[in-house]
Design a protein around this ligand. Structure first.
Ligand code: PLP
Length: 432
């Protein structure tokens, strides 16, 4: 019996052939495939600009840099996420603080975020930026964060590293006045602010792909092997603003500018007759080498074509877990908000270990003995020694409560029905 990891890439002969073809070509990096991958990705998510880079972490760093964040700025981040979401602020010298998650869908709670933002504003130490995370592939409450970003003048970096292929529905403009949801109010206010209209032109509800709605200033994706598509390592910054895209592009490659129109030192750039010197380029900012290679782009292009099938398989696995494990005492599932299409990067269950007379360590070890890999996503970031002191855990009850119960079950597109059944049976057996 082979082991079942919690996540695994799906690589076929087409991917291998595409990479081998690049190895035989003239360009291993800085060739034509990066742009083709970027264009295909932009079309997939429904955004005008996508800039490929070397990892999701690099994408977050580039977004923070291109947003102009720096020392003296404060960035608000959900307590439950991978540490890179928080590190991006620290990379550029900003201060990072944490807000609690929603106890049901596990993404950043708009109410908790608003409370922190409001308190900071009143204390005269306002936040400059917000990082939201679509944890496990569940879209955060986009409309509500659009309203908060507008109300508090925030730069909004949407960390969608888990959410390629997820969608959310913007509520209709005049939806229910009495029992109106937070997102309903948010939608209405976002429209009033004129930043973006989230509902369709007629005021009807409308579905958006993650990356498609222009309100987040940047949306960031990762192509690590456990993600929806992989390039080995890789990431993408998506934006709806041409200047922001150009800034990210420049910072991705040493801050170098090659477009003569943008040269600053024109006398150096040109011959007296005005012709541009063929060797000339300018470094106009402190940039990095965060480029994606041609090999990775070739891999990404093939993977992107398979995304619909990958998503369908992930959804089928998640459905089966939910169908067959719902009702088991001690197990519960995070809530999927109405109107959201989850992308199921992770299949998270919440388990009452103590109530079942066991511990999480024991459960994970027993599943491991049966060849089944599980993980915990995540230890709250402010519980990490590096971030200790940046938040009081008492102020993050949902993050803490979730962390105590969390377990991520295996989910990946190559997982067959027999393997799903094995996980379900093993979990039932281990939990008793
Ligand atoms: C929420 C989140 N943000 C950012 C990252 C960083 O992406 P990468 O591993 O591609 O650097 C990850 C990776 O796991 C992630 O889960």
């Amino acid at each position: 019996m082979t082991d079942i990891p919690y996540g695994r890439q799906q690589i076929g002969e087409d991917e291998i052939a595409a990479v081998v073809e690049v190895l035989r070509s003239d360009f291993l990096t800085q060739g034509p495939l990066v742009e083709r991958f970027e264009e295909a990705f932009a079309r997939t998510v429904g955004a005008p600009y996508a800039v490929a880079c070397s990892s999701g972490t690099a994408a977050l760093h580039l977004a923070a840099l291109a947003a102009g964040l720096g020392p003296g700025d404060r960035v608000l981040v959900p307590a439950i996420t991978f540490v890179a979401s928080a590190n991006a602020g620290r990379f550029v010298g900003a201060e990072v603080a944490f807000a609690d998650i929603d106890g049901d869908d596990l993404t950043l709670s708009p109410a908790a975020a608003e409370a922190v933002l409001e308190q900071a504003r009143r204390a005269g130490r306002p936040f400059r930026a917000l990082v939201t995370v679509d944890l496990a592939g569940h879209p955060c409450d986009m409309a509500a964060f659009g309203r908060l970003a507008d109300a508090y003048g925030l730069i909004w970096i949407a960390d969608a590293c888990h959410a390629l292929g997820a969608t959310w529905t913007a509520p209709a403009r005049n939806q229910g006045s009495s029992g109106e949801s937070a997102s309903g109010q948010a939608s209405a206010r976002s429209q009033e602010s004129g930043s973006e209209t989230v509902a369709a032109g007629s005021g009807q509800a409308r579905e958006w792909r993650i990356g498609e709605w222009p309100r987040p200033d940047f949306t960031v994706f990762s192509f690590h092997p456990v993600k929806h598509i992989t390039t080995g390592e890789g990431g993408m910054v998506v934006t709806h603003d041409a200047r922001r895209a150009a800034r990210v592009r420049r910072l991705r490659s040493h801050g170098i500018v090659r477009d003569p129109e943008q040269f600053v030192f024109r006398e150096e750039a040109c011959e007296p007759g005005g012709q541009v010197n063929p060797w000339y380029y300018e470094v106009q900012a402190l940039g990095f080498n965060y480029r994606l290679t041609e090999l990775q782009s070739a891999l990404g292009l093939v993977q992107l074509r398979r995304l619909p099938a990958f998503l369908a398989r992930r959804r089928a696995i998640a459905d089966r877990y939910r169908r067959e494990l719902t009702g088991h005492p001690g197990i519960r599932f995070p809530v999927v908000r109405p109107g959201c299409q989850h992308a199921w990067h992770l299949a998270i269950v919440r388990i009452d270990y103590a109530g079942l007379g066991t511990t999480r360590g024991q459960v994970m070890r027993r599943l491991r003995e049966r060849g089944i890999g599980t993980q915990v996503h995540y230890i709250p970031v402010p519980m990490m020694p590096f971030y200790a002191g940046s938040a009081l855990m008492a102020e993050l009850p949902h993050a803490l409560g979730y962390y105590r119960e969390a377990l991520s079950l295996p989910i990946f597109p190559g997982m067959g029905e027999a393997e799903v059944a094995r996980v379900i049976e093993a979990l039932r057996e281990v939990l008793g």
